[in-house]
Design a protein around this ligand. Sequence first.
Ligand code: ADP
Ligand code: MG
Ligand code: MG
Length: 252
Amino acid sequence: MSTLEIKDLHVSIDTDQGNIPILRGVTLTINTGETHAIMGPNGSGKSTLASTIAGHPRYKVDSGSITLDGEDVLSMSVDERARAGLFLAMQYPVEVPGVTMTNFLRTAKTALDGEAPSLRHWTKDVKTAMSKLRIDADFAQRNVNEGFSGGEKKRVEILQLELFRPKFAILDETDSGLDVDALKVVSEGVNREHSKGEMGTLLITHYTRILRYIKPDFVHVFIAGRIAEQGGPELADRLEEEGYDRFTTVEA
Ligand code: ADP
Ligand code: MG
Ligand code: MG
């Protein structure tokens, strides 16, 4: 079992208006095998948390720690974090012009594992994963994310998840912009990987809809840069009924 531990994390960003604190003491422990949902209103800092875990240079860690099995994640480069087993599916995936999906996936897999995957298995694994995610075979020869629809980008992210087999997957609003069919396909992919029991998931979402397909073990309500309340799946049901108002008024 592996553990991703976030302790009293304070993060700020530098803007034209000066330094703005965004995360104000986030503490969270995720073990492999567990699914944690982070739910919160827009602007509460959910993506900031995801980006900070992934090592985005924009975000400045003022205090606190992130460790993976005791190793200091914050001192790792973005690549080192990926090799250590962290995977971030971003709210706004980037396009990589001039690089085909096939080349990207194989290069990334090689970098992650420190050796090239056996070609025979790899080609078959990619094909199988693509077909399960209902990604058209043509996509293998297309440039990464270039001209992909929102739903296609999300499927391709889950394709990476299934092929790279991270220890911890951080899914930032993977549900946004998906119709129900795409949401099901994407959720099934996450669930398939999860069922192997070797992945911890941090599922960041604004809406409860995706939680009908991906069942969280823990739900954290995120308000104004910190966790305002935690509970089990029933907390998501309550949010569905009551919204975030109760929490935001308490915090203000
Ligand atoms: P969420 O994902 O919960 O919607 P974000 O983490 O995206 O929240 O944003 C939290 C707050 O930080 C917001 O007020 C947002 O405007 C601000 N913020 C985040 N990233 C940046 C950035 N790169 N530049 C300026 N402000 C930012
Ligand atoms: Mg947002
Ligand atoms: Mg966000």
